[in-house]
Ligand binder design. Structure first.
Ligand code: V47
Ligand code: SF4
Length: 381
């Protein structure tokens, strides 16, 4: 029995206890300052426990951003660079391969690959990033390209999204990360990333990926110029896709970071508070009743907030990570990498049992020299 007692949350508490789906109106109640955060968190924690027991998932992974040069100018982005900016870089085959070697050396099961849309790069260069890594390091799962990139490749090749995904899959693509979602509602999307793939292209990409047997993740970038109803609209759209395809593995709420980007510099938007971070974590868990996992990305949240998040709906804190740029360029002060011993300690301190998973949420079993992915960890829905 829960201890929640706030009248505004009573009808929601009844639904959560009965395992019933929450409506958009319920979502707006959860967003309201009158809904006490500890009680919202308690409800989310109930759902987390029901779905994932005492598990605290992590993986051993690394990031690759093979170029930061980008034709787009998203107003929240601190990572991108112009073509002639000294900060700009574009990796060659040797540099990409060196990252693969380093990843395998460090025991990684996953490489997270996203980046800019370079003005001069041809489609074949992006394909080669995948095929080079897959051919030389076949044990690495390549979680690569957001719908923004897949849409760009479709424009470059003048082919449908499905063709691009099939071709990338043949090259070695393993799954899609959750980025590029930002805020789907056009009132906000037009202001923060007006030219890149819109909501319908984002959904088309994930829908096609799922129909090809690829799994994917999803995100929401919150805490800038959006209102609560934009966030709830975003979550409901994700829930509808999941009802249709079942291909989304995890939801990652992304907290806006204001340094070195236009929203922060020109519009003076500040970083959301830790309380806002926890509320968004909990609301994600409560609204997305059909997605198995909620990720508290420690690089972005900070280790302490990621730990608390494991009692506010999250069951995963992402990976050991290495070479992260997107959040560090935008002001994140978290370490560049966490060792396996540290990540396990961080999870254990919260009372959860650390479980190493691969990208597809299969338990990873290791001996001294090698590892293998075991059975899929099935979350109770
Ligand atoms: O799409 C960019 C966001 C995303 C900022 O799938 C920013 O496992 C806050 O999607 N402040 C990329 N957010 C990161 C991402 C991700 C991260 C970890 C795991 C997974 C996964 C996916 O980062 C972008 C954008 O929404 N972003 N700049 C910023 N200044
Ligand atoms: Fe380019 Fe992605 Fe940054 Fe937008 S968020 S400017 S698409 S790198």
């Amino acid at each position: 029995m829960l201890r929640t007692s706030s009248p505004i949350l009573a009808p929601i508490r009844e639904k959560v206890e009965a395992g019933e789906r929450l409506t958009a109106e319920d979502g707006l109640v959860l967003e309201s300052p009158e809904a006490p955060l500890p009680e919202v968190g308690e409800l989310a924690n109930l759902v987390r426990e029901r779905k994932n027991g005492n598990a605290g998932y992590y993986n051993i992974n690394t990031h690759l951003n093979a170029t930061n040069i980008c034709v787009y100018r998203c107003t929240f982005c601190a990572f991108r660079s112009d073509l002639r900016d000294p900060k700009g870089y574009w990796m060659n085959d040797e540099q990409v391969l060196a990252r693969g070697a380093e990843a395998v050396e460090n025991g990684c099961t996953e490489m997270h690959i996203v980046g800019g849309l370079h003005h001069q790069a041809k489609y074949d260069w992006y394909r080669k990033v995948i095929s080079l890594l897959n051919d030389n390091y076949p044990t690495l799962h390549l979680k690569a390209w957001t719908p923004v990139e897949i849409d760009w490749f479709a424009r470059l090749t003048k082919k449908p999204i499905r063709w691009v995904l099939e071709d990338m899959k043949e090259a070695g693509l393993g799954s899609l990360p959750g980025g590029g979602a930002e805020i789907f509602h056009p009132e906000i999307r037009h202001q923060i990333c007006e030219h890149k793939a819109d909501a319908s292209r984002w959904f088309e990409t994930h829908r096609e990926a799922h129909s090809l047997g690829l799994r994917s993740n999803c995100t929401m970038l919150y805490g800038h110029i959006e209102q609560p109803y934009h966030r709830i609209d975003h979550l409901i759209r994700l829930r509808e896709l999941q009802d249709e395809t079942g291909g989304l593995q995890t939801y990652i709420p992304l907290s806006y970071h204001p340094e070195n980007n236009r929203l922060g510099i020109e519009r003076k938007i500040e970083k959301p508070s830790g309380l806002m971070d926890l509320r968004q974590m909990a609301i994600g868990r409560l609204m997305l009743d059909n997605i198995d996992h909620i990720k508290a990305y420690w690089i972005m949240l900070g280790i302490e907030t990621a730990q608390i998040s494991l009692s506010y709906g999250a069951d995963d804190i992402d990976g050991t990570v290495r070479h992260e740029l997107i959040y560090h360029d935008a002001g994140a002060t978290t370490p560049e990498v966490m060792s396996v011993a540290d990540i396990e300690r961080v999870i254990r301190e919260t009372g959860r049992e650390p479980i190493e998973r691969d990208t597809l949420y299969r338990r990873v079993e290791r001996d001294a020299e090698s590892w293998r992915a075991g059975e899929k960890i099935v979350a109770a829905v």
